[in-house]
Write a protein that binds this ligand. Structure first.
Ligand SMILES: *Cc1c(COP(=O)(O)O)cnc(C)c1O
Length: 392
């Protein structure tokens, strides 16, 4: 048996093409989830498939005891698209990327003679991953329960509570860590002026600003990184989900100041930056940076947003609010559970996923067609129409 960590829906998908998924009876579903914002280029993208197949026949694994030239090419590519950064570390997942980011932020202060700075301010409703450090960082009681005392080093504050944020900073504070759009916590867009406030605060207090763009990055908002809309940049950024389009990979992008803090022996990963993942990331990045790609995401997201607002107008009985940015949107439900809503949508052939705060998450592939967007919203309408809630 499997350990009971998940309670999956009963459907099991056996193949996928573009924004379509198929179950074992060949019933087709429209994908409005992309895993969890992972398969941003849809399923079976020919360029990704070709990049991976080519590498599969050459070599899979050599370890980081040897130069992996695709790792260097991939880093150069990422850096050329991310002007704030001058160094990259590759790992295999979001949690690993965030762990490395936190270690790098502490280590930066350490090499600057400020080793007493180790604490990180984090925000309520955040989700950063499931390791001991990261469940403490997010502070969600359901994730901490039964695992002993939360790891020390995190102070949780509220977005927008400037007095609370400033009074939580002391001599031991190293960094402020935030998702520019909170994902799992309920699709909350952090306003641009709030990100700018945090940047200015970090600068004036000598703190590092850490962005977790594991869900909101990778072109999901129509820019490679969600924070680009704010005009400011972080000292360190993490990416994962959409970066490998389904092949496990994570990345930490560090500014010049932080990039020098890791020396041989400081940190590492057996699989991090392996040859298969690197080829996929290179292909993924070339799709993201292809001409017209980002503007098409913006065009699609305006249509989806408009249709969802219209849906909310017609089904205000069920939908309280439409939130989010780009193709990272959420429907906050007025009644009923987001889980039941997602189950009903699935039975009608639409894949959406629930998240905290009774929100239905919509994360379609960035390559979805305008037609499929219209069809998806029609299916959401049908989902609302027959949605019977247990409670009201
Ligand atoms: C998914 C997610 C993580 C954790 O990533 P894993 O690959 O599951 O470890 C961290 N931060 C954010 C914002 C995420 O959405």
């Amino acid at each position: 048996m499997l350990l009971g960590t998940y309670s999956p829906f009963s459907v099991s998908f056996v193949r996928g093409v573009g924004s379509r998924l198929y179950d074992s009876t060949d019933k087709s579903y429209l994908d409005f989830a992309s895993g969890v914002a992972v398969t941003g280029l849809g399923h079976s993208d020919p360029l990704i498939l070709e990049a991976l197949s080519r590498q599969l026949e050459k070599i899979w694994h050599v370890s980081n005891f040897f130069h992996i030239t695709s790792q260097e090419r991939c880093a150069e590519r990422l850096l050329s698209l991310s002007p704030f950064a001058s160094g990259v570390f590759f790992c295999n997942s979001g949690a690993e990327a965030n762990e490395a980011m936190l270690k790098l932020s502490r280590r930066t202060h350490y090499v600057e003679g400020q080793g007493h700075r180790y604490r990180t301010l984090t925000f309520r409703n955040s989700f950063h991953g499931r390791t001991f450090a990261l469940i403490a960082a997010s502070g969600r009681s359901s994730h901490l329960e039964g695992f002993g005392p939360p790891m020390d080093g995190f102070d949780i504050v509220d977005v927008g509570d400037h007095a609370g944020i400033e009074s939580a900073i002391d001599d031991e504070t190293a960094a402020i860590m935030i998702e520019p759009i909170q994902g799992d916590g309920g699709i909350f867009v952090i306003p641009n002026e709030e990100l700018r406030y945090l940047r200015a605060l970090c600068d004036s207090r000598g703190l590092l600003l850490l962005f977790d763009e594991i869900q909101c990055g990778c072109a999901r908002t129509g820019k490679l990184w969600a924070h680009e809309w704010s005009g400011i940049s972080p000292d360190i950024l993490t990416s994962a989900k959409g970066l490998g389009n389904g092949i496990p990979v994570g990345a930490v992008l560090a500014s010049e100041r932080c990039a020098v803090a890791f020396a041989p022996g400081c940190h590492g990963s057996t699989y991090g930056g392996n040859t298969l993942a690197m080829e996929v990331v290179l292909a993924t990045l070339s799709r993201f940076s292809g001409s017209g790609f980002l503007s098409s995401v913006i065009e699609k997201s305006s249509l989806l947003r408009e249709l969802l607002e219209d849906l909310q107008g017609r089904h205000g009985d069920i939908i309280l609010e439409v939130r989010g940015k780009g193709l990272m949107l959420g429907l906050a439900l007025r009644r009923g559970s987001a889980h039941d809503f997602a189950a009903r949508a699935l039975s009608l052939g639409l894949v959406v996923i629930p998240c905290s705060g009774n929100v239905v998450r919509l994360l379609p592939p960035l390559t979805i067609s305008l037609e499929d967007i219209r069809e998806g919203v029609d299916l959401l309408f049908s989902t609302c129409s027959g949605f019977v809630c247990d409670e009201s």
